[in-house]
Write a protein that binds this ligand. Sequence first.
Ligand SMILES: [Cu+2]
Length: 156
Amino acid sequence: MTGMAAYAGVHQATMPQARVETVDPTTLHLGGEFVESNLGSAIEPDGSVTVRAIGQQYSFTPQCILVPANTPIKIRATSADVVHGLLIQQTNVNAMLVPGYVSVLTASFTQPGEHLMPCQEFCSVGHEGMWGRVKIIPKEDFLAIAATQRRLSCVE
Ligand SMILES: [Cu+2]
């Protein structure tokens, strides 16, 4: 059993993920899932929320991610240039954004509040200033905004 677990662990760590989604980083702005008008938070038919975001030197789009509390959240994110990191402080959300690939993360936040979202992969001279925010609001407030907007964010 221990041997199997060790083998599975090494296998998983060394082999590419079984299902890898790719995306052309040079055409993100031209169309497809990560075009600017499609970024932000969207409610799915099952009531879950999908957040689409990109990292680029030296910011995240959207700069402020708006999500409802107590709701399954799926984050789909990628990079437009070099490797960036997406870390939501005080949570276990932490992923690398690699140009050419879609990073998929799941999360659920119980408490309304705000978290900082720094880039946690050194991505050149402007890295220190690459910060985003995640704002969690009560679900009913989120639904009220979603009734009037197709994609939500808290960018002012
Ligand atoms: Cu970065």
